[in-house]
Design a protein around this ligand. Sequence first.
Ligand code: ADP
Ligand code: MG
Length: 668
Amino acid sequence: MQLTELAGIGPALADKFRALGIEQVADLLFHLPLRYEDRTRVQPFGAACEGEPLLACGQVVDSQIRYGRRRSLVVTLQDDSGLLSVRLFHFSSRQMGAFKPAAWVRVFGEVRRAGYQLEMVHPEYRVVPADQAGQAEHDTLTPVYPAVAGLSQNRIRSAVEQALRLADTLVPDLLQARFELGLHAALRLIHAPPPDQQAQVEQARSRLIREELLAHRLAMLNLRARKLQQKAAPLGDRDLLERLRQSLPFVLTGAQDRVLDEILRDMAQPSPMLRLLQGDVGAGKTAVAALAAAAALGVGLRAVLMAPTEILARQHAKTLSAWFEPLGAPVILRIGGQAGGGEPLPATGAALIVGTHALFHGEPEFGAVGLIIVDEQHRFGVDQRLGLKKLATRDDCHPHQLVMTATPIPRTLAQTFFADLDFSSIDELPPGRKPVVTVALPQSRRGEVIERLRKACAQGRQAYWVSPVIEASEWAEAAEDIHAELTAALPGLNVALVHGRLKAKDKQAVMHAFAAGQVQILVATTVIEVGVDVPNASVMVIDNAERMGLAQLHQLRGRVGRGGVASHCVLMYRPPLTDTARARLDALRHEHNGFRLAERDLELRGAGEILGTRQSGLSEFRIADPQRDAAWLGEVRELARQVFEQQPEVVGPLLVRWLPAGQKYADA
Ligand code: ADP
Ligand code: MG
């Protein structure tokens, strides 16, 4: 039902509601109050608590205009308990006239103390007949909703009240008897609670939260069930794979071996793999990906590897060419925006196609794709997973998918919200890695840091100096400033600059010179955040580290510590630090394990960002917060299992009710 079908809502107001995420009348029901005001009792003035709202009623004993710093109308009211001044700065003569001596005035507002008097400034007020003086306005608490400019509380309340009357038909209770409280009773308790029923309101709220968590869990179960019915090419031939393994310049670690086995077992099945490969920065995910790709190439299919940045795509193409080409398997770099989309594809046969995520914009024709690998995925929107798969599906045959990330998903979240994914973790670093010694220093010690860089470079080491991008416009300057500063302070050293606004060709040239050791210090934006691999770089300076997130800082730090020598990471900050910023920097100094840092990050940031919801706007939670509500997850998983088996007919409607892209999940 459309909002405009409600009394008092036209197209203009409907737009305001839309800004709150309310599209349909049913959405109003799930727009929960932030808090409540109690207008169920008329209280004596004497009961006022400073700063808290109060509903009261008194008789006018005085009304006059005062000329202080600002002209105001001050009306003095009296009840059995004492006096209250009502002060209005904006008033009309009609308003003035209404405050006749002995008239009863009901007021609702926040009370403050002005000298020895109680005062309300611009309260809501109404002159009432004497016989109604003691009567309250409502018998339920008054909800206060999240609002936007131009949409008053009264408008929202009136719309919600109308929706509540229609609730039975708008949102049928699909889960009768699954919860201790019915859906409609819960909605009434939340939008119009009787006074002093806080515990019940809480229960009602948790009823809705659990229904929402349940819907998300069902979406995942649904995806998983579909997946099992889908077809994929089984990739069982190991010949190319074994030849590649033999030719690699290192032996796989035990962890790499184990996850590769998990992956190969999945890919040998005739249904599509969807596996998340987690592994700390530097854990060696690329080699695992290459070996998985070899399984596809080995049977004459294509494998596609997508990287988040062009720099990384080029680096991958280079590494992988060196590994694959001697074995006669072509590696092809495809970069968006390049004339003709990059290197030509052979018409048929095995090929490893490497590019950025832009590879999948439009309708690319890659031929028969056996495996899609997505590298350094920090966000895990279901929508992306579905989209990718669709694009590479041919004749009902789905590609296998391997998603790689250095941002591990904590178990609690994973079990509930990624039930459609299988997980593999590389929980061991290649031998010889030393932890990166990490310090946090205030900007006042910048000189020492530069001196330390000079020494490291004198010993043949290389360094990164990274500053976060606050705003693209601000950045170029900041980067150029740092570049100029270091060039001046470090004569004889080659300092280069790379940032997002450089042409691809220039970026590539700079990265190349750095990798080749011709540049000692690379000043960079976070374009180098993910994946770049220059083992000789052993110092990472991060400017304005207080402005960056924990995951990002850990990623950046992971750029060093890849060679045999001891590495350092310097987190430069501008005091004073906020508590969270300090907690982040402390965590990073003391913790090197990406998994434990991710858990800490979850505590500091909240789950929404990790689930990738905030950015994509998809699978956004309306009222639940998976972290705050983590205690429910166990119960919800069990409930989901039951509903999925016993009431399959309600799954679709629940998804549509709770997930913005619900229809898509239902049809996936
Ligand atoms: P990430 O997991 O962050 O993507 P990379 O795949 O870039 O890590 O690997 C980091 C570095 O470790 C690379 O230089 C790679 O060649 C090297 N490497 C990977 N596996 C091994 C191994 N088993 N033994 C030694 N070095 C390895
Ligand atoms: Mg990588």
